[in-house]
Design a binder for this molecule. Structure first.
Ligand SMILES: [Zn+2]
Length: 293
C-alpha cells in the first residue's frame, strides 16, 4: 500500500496496492443523535455513552460517513456500492458520482458496479433519475441479497425502505446483473467473502495484487469504536444480530492476526485502517504513513 497520504482531495484519496489503484470517494456525511439507539441497543444508554467518552467522542452525537471504493485494475474500473444517489442530495450525500472527476474518471468509465449489499445508503445511487448512473457498467451482487430485497414479503415490514430502494434502482437494470457466491474470484485479484448478518447476502471483498492484500469489509463495522471494541453489542441495522457479531469476531480476528489493511464503508474518511487485538476485543487503527515512506 503506498501513496495514501500524498494523493487526493478533500473528498477523495488514492493509493496503490500492488498493480491496483484504489480510491476512496466520500459520498457524504450525516450527523446523527443518540448513538445508543443504533449501536449497543441491548446496553444501558450510559454504557454506550461512557465508551464514546473514553474514546474522546461526544457521548451521544455522532457522524455517519459513506465511502465508496473505486478499484482500477489493468482491465476494469470497479465501483463498490453507489451511495445515496439523487435521494441524498438535499441532505448533502449522493456526491460520489460527481466526485469521480476528482480522481480523473467519468461515470461512463465505470465497467463494473459491485454491490456489497442493498441497504438504501448503498443502492440508491445505481440510477440517476430515469437512467443508469453508470451507463457502461455491468452490476454484480449476491443472488441471496438480490432475491431478498425484491421479494414482496419485505413490503410492510421495517425492511420496506431498502426494499423500495432496491425496486427503484435494481429492477430497471436487472438485465445487467450477474451474481457471485462466497469464494468466487469476481475479477482477477478480487474475491468475495460472505459476511452474512448485517443483511442476508452482505459480502466483503479481498483485494490481492503482487502479494499485497487489503480487505473491503463493507458494513461488517458500522462504527470505528463500537463495532471493534464491543463486537457483541447489538446494532440496529444488523438484520441477524448474533450472526453479524460472530462475523465481526471472525473478520477482525483474521485482519488483526494477518496484519491485513482494511477499508470500511462507514469508517471515518478516508476509511482505510488496520485492526489490532486488545485484551477484550479489537481496536481500529486508521492508516497514516505506514507504507508511504
Ligand atoms: Zn451501510
Amino acid at each position: 500500500m503506498s501513496g495514501l497520504l500524498q494523493n487526493g482531495t478533500l473528498n477523495t484519496r488514492s493509493f496503490n496496492l500492488g498493480e491496483f489503484k484504489i480510491s476512496c470517494v466520500l459520498d457524504g456525511l450525516a450527523r446523527r443523535e443518540n448513538i445508543n439507539q443504533t449501536f449497543g441497543i441491548d446496553q444501558e444508554p450510559e454504557t454506550v455513552q461512557a465508551l464514546m467518552q473514553q474514546n474522546f467522542l461526544p457521548p451521544s452525537d455522532w457522524t455517519h460517513g459513506f465511502t465508496i471504493v473505486v478499484l482500477q485494475t489493468s482491465d476494469e474500473t470497479i465501483v463498490f456500492d453507489t451511495g445515496f444517489g439523487p435521494s441524498g442530495r438535499p441532505n448533502g450525500t449522493g456526491q460520489m458520482r460527481a466526485r469521480l472527476s476528482e480522481i480523473g474518471l467519468k461515470p461512463e468509465d465505470v465497467s463494473l458496479v459491485v454491490m456489497t449489499h442493498m441497504h438504501l445508503d448503498h443502492v440508491n445511487g445505481l440510477m440517476e433519475e430515469d437512467s443508469p448512473a453508470f451507463l457502461n457498467a455491468r452490476v454484480m451482487s449476491s443472488k441471496i441479497e438480490f432475491d431478498f430485497w425484491l421479494d414482496d414479503a419485505r413490503l410492510g415490514t421495517p425492511a420496506e425502505p431498502s426494499a423500495i430502494a432496491t425496486r427503484n434502482n435494481v429492477l430497471p437494470i436487472k438485465d445487467r446483473f450477474a451474481f457471485f457466491e462466497d469464494g468466487d474470484e469476481i475479477v482477477p485479484g478480487v474475491t468475495a467473502h460472505s459476511v452474512f448478518g448485517h443483511s442476508p447476502g452482505h459480502t466483503a471483498f479481498m483485494f490481492e495484487s503482487n502479494g499485497e492484500r487489503l480487505m473491503h469489509i463493507a458494513d461488517t463495522a458500522g462504527h470505528y469504536v463500537a463495532s471493534f471494541q464491543r463486537p457483541d453489542w447489538e446494532v440496529l441495522f444488523d438484520m441477524d444480530k448474533p450472526r453479524a457479531a460472530e462475523n465481526r469476531w471472525r473478520i477482525f480476528g483474521m485482519l488483526a492476526d494477518e496484519a491485513i489493511p482494511m477499508i470500511g464503508y462507514h469508517m471515518p474518511f478516508p476509511s482505510v485502517g488496520y485492526v489490532e487485538r486488545t485484551q477484550t476485543a479489537f481496536r481500529y487503527v486508521p492508516a497514516t504513513y505506514q507504507t508511504d515512506i
